[in-house]
Design a protein around this ligand. Structure first.
Ligand code: SF4
Length: 297
């Protein structure tokens, strides 16, 4: 009797988006430049971080400009506030700005809302680099991460809302509705800044959850959109397993499953997803051979 007997279903949209891809390409083009420094984490992906380390790329805190850092610094795909960008400007430095165009659009949307007299609200994770960049030029703004933050929305005539680009649009819309109910007398304007790659991957994850009893989600443990995919799969009735790379897979997890899904966050390299796919294929053919084969599941 075969120990493993499952089909693998790959999500229709998965893995690295154009914004992260282009940020990595621009950074790789500068490998070898003396003192190349990333301001923050280029992407939330441990494999890319390891590649940067191997190539001698330094890291610094975007919010703490350091005089001793000269040469070339990189603004990540998550973007930065104008204030933070200006603080790094110096005759001793070249700045490579890899901000994703869709993060730029979120900045523009928030700027326009503020210019039109709206109080700025950002729906997203308070400690995320993109959110810090969005609110960085507006010290009197508010970040709403969960419903628990809604009572903090001030009593203003005009409230303008944008979202972190990698939030789930269904959750964002619920929060917007709650803000509208809480501030009934305010003019609440919402500009949808959740990016298309995030939406596509979310929709595909929902479809996958309906077809599969187990779904592997590949991505960094601190990648917001990867975590959102894990949550979606759980909510849509399947069982997610969050891994960062193929070597994380324990074949024991797969015993008794017939339909296994595979998806990945927007910062996950295609090669990493393909390695996971190939590992699952080997297990499904009962040809798995490494030290884990002797594990009694
Ligand atoms: S997840 Fe969306 S906003 Fe972020 S880098 Fe990718 S395309 Fe751009």
């Amino acid at each position: 009797m075969k120990k493993y007997d499952f089909k693998i279903h790959l999500a229709s949209h998965f893995g690295m988006c154009f914004g992260v891809r282009d940020a990595i390409i621009k950074t790789r083009d500068s490998f070898g430049v003396k003192g190349l420094t990333i301001l923050g984490q280029l992407v939330h992906n441990p494999i890319v971080s390891e590649e940067l380390n191997r190539n001698g790329v330094q890291k610094a805190d975007l919010q703490k400009p350091a005089n001793e850092i000269k040469g070339t610094v990189v603004i990540t795909a998550h973007g930065a506030s104008t204030k933070d960008k200006k603080a790094w400007e110096s005759n001793d430095r070249k700045i490579i700005d890899t901000t994703c165009p869709l993060v730029h659009k979120a900045h523009q949307a928030l700027n326009q809302l503020v210019a039109s007299g709206y109080f700025p609200v950002v729906i997203g994770k308070k400690d995320h680099a993109e959110v810090k960049g969005l609110i960085g030029d507006f010290p009197r703004s508010l970040v709403v991460q969960t419903d628990a933050d809604i009572p903090n929305v001030p009593d203003k005539k005009k409230i303008g809302i944008v979202s972190q680009t990698t939030q789930r649009i269904d959750k964002v819309e619920l929060i917007v509705e709650s803000i509208r109910s809480f501030r009934k007398d305010s003019d609440v304007k919402f500009v949808d800044t959740v990016c298309a790659p995030t939406k596509n991957r979310q929709t595909s994850a929902q479809e996958l959850s309906k077809r599969c009893d187990l779904v592997f989600v590949v991505g960094g443990t601190n990648s917001n959109n990867t975590i959102q995919l894990v949550n979606t799969i759980k909510e849509f009735g399947s069982h997610p397993i969050h891994i960062q790379r193929a070597s994380d897979i324990d074949p024991c997890w797969l015993e008794g499953y017939y339909n296994v899904g595979l998806t990945a966050g927007t910062s996950t390299l295609k090669e990493t997803v393909m390695e996971v796919y190939e590992t699952l294929e080997v297990i499904s053919q009962n040809k798995f051979s490494n030290k884990k084969e002797n594990i009694v599941c």
